[in-house]
Design a protein around this ligand. Structure first.
Ligand SMILES: [Zn+2]
Length: 173
């Protein structure tokens, strides 16, 4: 195939993938978790509409909203209570990145968009990476507005995907 055509097709595919991910990412009641294992390193990405986590998606206005936003950003820094990897793998959290522009930007830069997301990325280093086999979501307790989580794991043994719910909280691979 002509190289230029290849490039065009690739960028088209990428555009489609990007827009469909962005689209799927914002359904109230739903969230996504993506896990990727590379040797002893594990990356976990969590995406959710802010509505699921706070009940609103605008910059916080009242004191109560500001407090709730701070508490949310705080709990997202310590994911251990929300997302539990099986203990046998002995994974230590090494990096945390939480992005929620609506909550983190200065109040003046209010978003024109009616919807807003929170994106969090966690990196773990696992001493016994071969023993890594499950992720349990306790976040259903912390965020009752989340009814389902599309979870995916990609590792050396392939890929698994499942829709997790308050009744089925564990992804195993
Ligand atoms: Zn929304």
């Amino acid at each position: 195939m002509n190289k230029l055509i290849q490039i065009i097709i690739l960028s088209l595919l990428q555009a489609v993938a990007t827009s469909s991910t962005a689209h799927e990412a914002h359904v109230h009641g739903s969230a996504t978790v993506l896990l990727a294992q590379d040797g002893n390193r594990l990356t976990l990405e969590f995406d959710s509409p802010l509505d699921n986590l706070l009940g609103f998606e605008h910059a916080p206005r009242t004191d109560k909203q500001k407090q709730a936003a701070r508490a949310l950003l705080d709990i997202m820094q310590k994911p251990d209570t929300l997302l539990k990897l099986n203990a046998e793998a002995d994974c230590q959290l090494t990096t945390v990145k939480v992005v929620a522009p609506v909550l983190q930007a200065a109040a003046a830069t209010a978003s024109k968009d009616e919807h807003a997301n929170l994106h969090a990325e966690y990196e773990y280093s696992c001493t016994k990476a071969a023993a890594l086999k499950s992720l349990h979501l306790s976040l259903f307790d912390a965020f009752p507005a989340i009814h389902k989580v599309d979870a995916q794991m990609a590792g050396a043994r392939g890929q698994v995907a499942a829709t997790l719910t308050p009744k089925q909280r564990t992804l195993t691979w």
